[in-house]
Design a binder for this molecule. Structure first.
Ligand SMILES: [Zn+2]
Length: 340
């Protein structure tokens, strides 16, 4: 073979490789997670006419009782005793209500940590799923280089409040016939293992896993779609303020605001608008509508030893329950029964 022939073959070969790479990249980017950008705040003058749904009068107190039980387990991040006690508590509480719960346990190969997500299913008239989610892990506050980051942390609001509210909502949801199948999902590993968030490089373990597995299952036609996800994170503070979280899907933000107006809880919602990366983001990245009901901005106790039960209020939990129960029929209508 002469040099010119070798050169031509090499160039042709390279061209083919580049071509294949481009085609491959195109194919991959079509179903790869897409970056989610923050959006503009909604126009609060435009309110959807929603029928208010009230939670039972003692729901806030019931949620507080669950939060108390969870905090008594102490820290609840992967590997500590409180973590397994909490998983057992969630399972036992739901099982006692006759609700089917599944535990998905896996070991992250890079971190060498074992995590568990829990999913409880409340079958509706249809198989399409609407997810109500929270994270059950608490921030790890030991072993950090900066001694200021090492302290006893029970995560009453950041962790327990979302779990407690889902557990208190479970019997109410079970007693109501619904259009969609409602799933209660308790994510593990939401908190960053690094003290800082670091673009969720070492965070959102449970939600990343479920979003990816769901996307793969959909490609294989293996399970009904998650049509929408409502995430509850830090929903029990006395001075509750659920910010308008700007990665969240616009229609879900409008439904949330309209539900807050309909139930008379507008003072505790959307006075500020700001993006917050959380467990809803992996779902948004794969095209699933999602909203984060989060009280992060301006919360002085966040990730401090002061995030304790005495800062919580049953009234705040009650208000979020009213808003979620009022949202649900509108979410089912928009994303399940009248999905365009
Ligand atoms: Zn946190």
């Amino acid at each position: 073979m002469r040099w010119s022939t070798i050169f031509a073959v090499t160039v042709l070969g390279l061209g083919a490789c580049i071509g294949a790479a481009v085609a491959d990249k195109r194919a991959r980017t079509q179903d790869e997670p897409k970056p989610v950008r923050q959006q503009a705040a909604i126009d609060q003058q435009r309110v959807l006419p929603l029928e208010p749904v009230r939670a039972p009068a003692d729901l806030g107190e019931r949620a507080m009782a669950h939060a108390r039980a969870l905090c008594e387990f102490g820290p609840r991040y992967a590997g500590v005793p409180g973590w397994s006690k909490q998983l057992d508590y969630i399972e036992a509480t739901l099982a006692a209500l006759g609700i089917d719960v599944r535990r998905d346990t896996w070991t992250d190969r890079k971190e060498l940590l074992t995590f568990s997500n829990l999913t409880a299913t409340l079958p509706g008239k249809r198989k399409e799923r609407v997810v109500l989610a929270c994270h059950h892990d608490t921030k790890c506050t030991t072993g950090h280089d900066d001694p200021a980051h090492n302290f006893h942390f029970v995560g009453a609001n950041d962790g327990a409040s979302g779990v407690a509210l889902l557990l208190a909502l479970a019997p109410v949801l079970k007693a109501t016939e619904r259009e969609a199948t409602i799933e209660l999902v308790f994510f593990d590993g939401e908190e960053s293992l690094d003290w800082r968030w670091n673009e969720a490089a070492r965070a959102l373990f449970g939600s990343k896993r479920l979003a990816k597995r769901h996307r793969d299952a959909l490609l294989l036609g293996k399970e009904p779609r998650i049509e929408a996800l409502i995430l509850l994170d830090m929903v029990g503070r006395k001075e509750l303020h659920i910010q308008e979280e700007l990665y969240s899907t616009e229609l879900l933000r409008r439904i949330t605001w309209s539900a807050a107006v309909a139930t008379g809880h507008r003072q505790q919602f959307f006075r500020r608008a700001e993006a917050a990366a959380d467990d809803h983001k992996p779902f948004l990245e794969v095209g699933i509508p999602a909203i984060d009901l989060i009280d992060l901005n301006g919360n002085p106790d966040w990730h401090t030893a002061a995030d304790t039960l005495d800062k919580m209020s049953p009234q705040s939990l009650q208000a979020v329950a009213d808003v979620v129960l009022t949202m649900l029929p509108a979410v089912e209508k928009a994303y399940v029964t009248e999905r365009k």
